[in-house]
Write a protein that binds this ligand. Structure first.
Ligand code: MD3
Ligand code: FE
Length: 243
């Protein structure tokens, strides 16, 4: 339990401070061109892991206003971890359940601890997008009850972690990348397995199911850039079946 972190149950390992960006240019294993190769805009990364490049682009404006409404009701915040760190990624949630972290641990909760109110409802556009993306990847019955909204400011990152706080790992996770592009790390089933690196850009949707569901993954420090969707930030939605 280095640094007070449970080694296997944590979604997120200790984050670095905001602004602690790596100065080196990350070397990508899959170039943006490789992620663009197929006319049906679909790339299998591994069993059950499917990139649907640009799948969210037609919904971009709707998603943007929905994220703004969620953030107005349940503002982005930098959560504290049980290990005593403050996350560099700012988070909020929507849906019946939201993921929260505080010095006592991680859990899904029906209430926003900052307000004591339920999380904002899952917007229809989120649910529909997740359902269509999961179906396109071979998961026809996916109905998310939780959506974590992550906001990356320049320098924010997620170190390698597994997502293990959900009840049923047979349910995939659908991720939607919006705004400034990021370098994503896709590791193996052991933390030490060398991760594949590739860019996730605005509008990309990835379905993470099957044997990829428990693979380690993370996000490199966000480079300073601008994108019309959210200025200097990257927004990532992860739609889940938590219960
Ligand atoms: C691979 N978010 O919220 S989304 C997270 O970009 C998280 O904000 C990242 O990891 C982000 O937990 C990555 C892509 C993702 C999400 C869940 C996965 C990849 C995954 C679960 C298993 C394997
Ligand atoms: Fe994750």
């Amino acid at each position: 339990m280095a640094g007070g972190y449970p080694r296997h149950s944590s979604r997120r390992a200790p984050p670095d401070a905001v602004g602690a960006a790596d100065a080196r240019e990350p070397q990508l294993d899959l170039s943006p061109a490789q992620l663009e190769l197929s006319p049906d805009e679909r790339l299998e990364l591994g069993p059950g892991a499917v990139v649907l490049r640009g799948f969210a682009l037609p919904d971009s404006e709707r998603l943007r206003s929905d994220v703004l409404a969620i953030a107005a009701a349940a503002p982005f915040r930098h959560m504290k971890t049980p290990g005593g760190f403050t996350m560099s990624v700012a988070m909020t949630n929507c849906g019946a359940l939201g993921w929260v972290s505080d010095p006592t641990g991680y859990r899904y909760s029906a209430l926003d601890p900052n307000s004591g109110l339920p999380w904002p409802a899952m917007p229809a556009a989120f649910e529909s997008l997740a359902h269509r993306a999961a179906a396109a990847a071979g998961f026809p019955a996916f109905t998310p009850d939780a959506c974590i909204v992550n906001r990356y400011e320049p320098g924010a990152r997620l170190t390698l972690h597994q997502d293990k706080d959900e009840r049923d790992y047979r349910q995939p996770i659908v991720s939607v990348s919006l705004g400034v592009p990021a370098v994503f790390l896709f590791g193996g089933l052991k933390r030490k397995d060398r991760p594949l690196r590739f860019a996730l850009t605005h509008g990309d949707v990835v379905v993470w199911g099957g044997s990829s569901r428990l693979r380690y993954h993370g996000v490199m420090p966000l480079k300073a850039a601008q994108h019309p969707f959210a200025g200097p930030n990257r927004i990532n939605l992860t739609l889940r079946r938590a219960s």
